[in-house]
Design a protein around this ligand. Structure first.
Ligand code: AMP
Ligand code: MG
Length: 481
């Protein structure tokens, strides 16, 4: 590994250095060898992956640390939060020379644990491990993980569950909530912290006339692009608090997430989300709200030669980039999924008509796009109660498809419509077996989700292709992970 231990160059009030607290009887769960290679892990480190992914082996080049941050949770100011059960154990360079954080989740109590126990359970670790891998394989910016371990140590939740640890990777663990903490508790640190964020993550902004405004615009645009990816693939993050969004627009901290199965945009997948604040359909507006809250923290950085009110206005203008950026990427992606030409205004309306069919008929989001791609129009129609609605969509659709190169757009469809997503019931089955020490289903899903756009008849099962039967309810995921 090539180390770049830069976080600890920040003011020491921003973190607490400590070693991981190991779990009893740590043992192998799963190891992502391709990612380890991409991160230049030596043969020795790969050999020792269980020790590294269980906190038994740390590195002389980096003293592990817990970060402090704050946040708005479910729309309310939550005060100081921080890494309550995870430690940054290294910052290393990948094959592209990009700095990647290694964050060990479940590593024990820290000064920021509040009421928690500092631990993670196997169930939630497997869910995050597989979903991070799925998102990355779908081409969506996201954290990933080198591996996870389980243990013989029980951790109390609603019931006693196996404790586990996961070595998460992300290009950035600095959250919107870092700025909120600094402003609230240590405002003097804000200029230097912001300068470092720009230097590390957006160096091109240093050349702008107003680097802070350029930085804000970039953060806003990257977040909008990330959310457009989520919407296109049907991913609901589940807990979009300001402490769970980072400043590089890569998906982070998605505990009670869900991939939509039947197209129900208002489906609540997070058991604790009583008002449906974080449903799929709310994500763009919640992203916008979070960024608005975040921008307030940049107000004190007003340059001396600019009037404060003018500065506030300029910051607000940065946020005006959110909606057009989101729409541009979402519309473009949707037209690709439909195999429709991008230059037709009617294309987007036709895509919306298709989504309307999926919503009113409660069809499976992923499977329906695959059927459209495979021209299985009869199969789609057979699943509809209102066949006239479907036929009217299909007539419009086929007309639009007539006007351009169908072969080329078929190829595009195949490159953007996944055959496989991580359905809740798939993760659930892998978890149940893993809790009995059988990781074969984790391995199978990991491999299946590695190439989601390619049909893998030898690896797939019928259950991977659709939602559970109607008489089995969708699973709600609890936050107590
Ligand atoms: P999350 O919703 O998982 O992003 O967590 C919100 C906050 O609670 C973060 O500051 C976490 O570090 C903290 N937290 C969550 N679970 C635990 C736990 N079991 N022990 C200590 N802190 C936790
Ligand atoms: Mg979090």
């Amino acid at each position: 590994m090539q180390f770049n231990p830069r976080y600890s160059s920040l003011n020491a009030k921003l973190y607490h250095q400590q070693q991981p607290k190991v779990l009893l009887g740590a043992k192998a769960g799963h190891f992502n060898v391709n990612l380890a290679n991409h991160l230049h892990w030596s043969e020795q480190d790969q050999h020792d992956w269980v020790e590294i992914c269980s906190g038994q082996k740390t590195f002389a080049e980096f003293e592990p640390l817990a970060m402090v941050y704050a946040g708005h949770q479910f729309g309310q100011w939550a005060g100081q939060l921080g890494d309550g059960r995870g430690l940054l154990i290294a910052q290393i360079l990948d094959k592209n020379h990009q700095t990647i954080d290694l964050h060990l989740k479940g590593a024990g109590l820290t000064p920021y644990s509040r009421m928690g126990d500092g631990r993670a359970v196997l169930r939630s670790v497997i869910r995050e491990y597989l979903a991070g891998h799925a998102l990355n394989s779908l081409g969506i910016p996201s954290s990933d993980a080198v591996g996870f371990t389980t243990s013989t140590q029980g951790v109390q939740r609603e019931k006693l569950e196996p404790g586990a640890m996961m070595l998460r990777t992300s290009d950035c663990h600095i959250r919107l909530g870092h700025f909120e903490w600094i402003n609230q508790y240590q405002p003097d640190l804000l200029p230097e912290f912001t300068k470092k964020c720009i230097e590390w993550y957006y160096p091109e902004c240093l050349d702008a006339e107003q680097p802070i405004l350029a930085f804000a615009t970039q953060v806003i645009q990257r977040t909008a692009v990330m959310i457009s990816h989520w919407q296109l693939v049907g991913f609901a993050h589940g807990v979009m608090n300001t402490d769970n969004l980072n400043i590089t627009g890569s998906t982070l901290d998605f505990g009670p997430y869900g991939f939509l199965e039947r197209f129900r945009p208002n489906w609540i997948n997070n058991h604790s989300d009583h008002h449906g604040r974080y449903t799929y359909q709310q994500q763009p507006s919640i992203g916008h709200w979070n960024l608005w809250m975040w921008l307030n923290n940049l107000v004190p950085l007003c340059p001396i030669n600019i009037d404060k009110e003018v500065w506030k206005e300029k910051l607000a203008q940065c946020l005006e980039h959110f909606e057009p950026t989101f729409l541009e990427h979402y519309q473009h992606g949707l037209k690709q999924k439909m195999g429709l030409p991008t230059f037709h205004k009617e294309s987007f309306e036709c895509a919306m008509a298709f989504l309307h069919v999926l919503k009113t008929e409660q069809l499976d989001y992923t499977q329906s796009f695959i059927r459209l791609q495979n021209k299985q129009y009869e199969a789609l129609k057979d699943d509809c109660l209102d066949r006239r609605q479907f036929e009217s969509f299909l007539t419009q659709y086929l007309q639009l498809r007539e006007h351009h190169d169908v072969e080329a757009s078929d190829k595009i469809m195949q490159s953007v419509n996944p055959h496989y997503i991580l359905r809740n019931h798939m993760a659930q089955k892998a978890i149940e077996l893993a809790e009995k020490n059988d990781f074969s289903e984790v391995e199978r899903l990991f491999n299946l989700l590695t190439t989601p756009f390619t049909k893998q008849p030898d690896l797939e099962t019928i259950a991977d292709l659709g939602p559970l039967p109607d008489d089995q309810p969708e699973i709600m995921v609890s936050c107590s992970s």
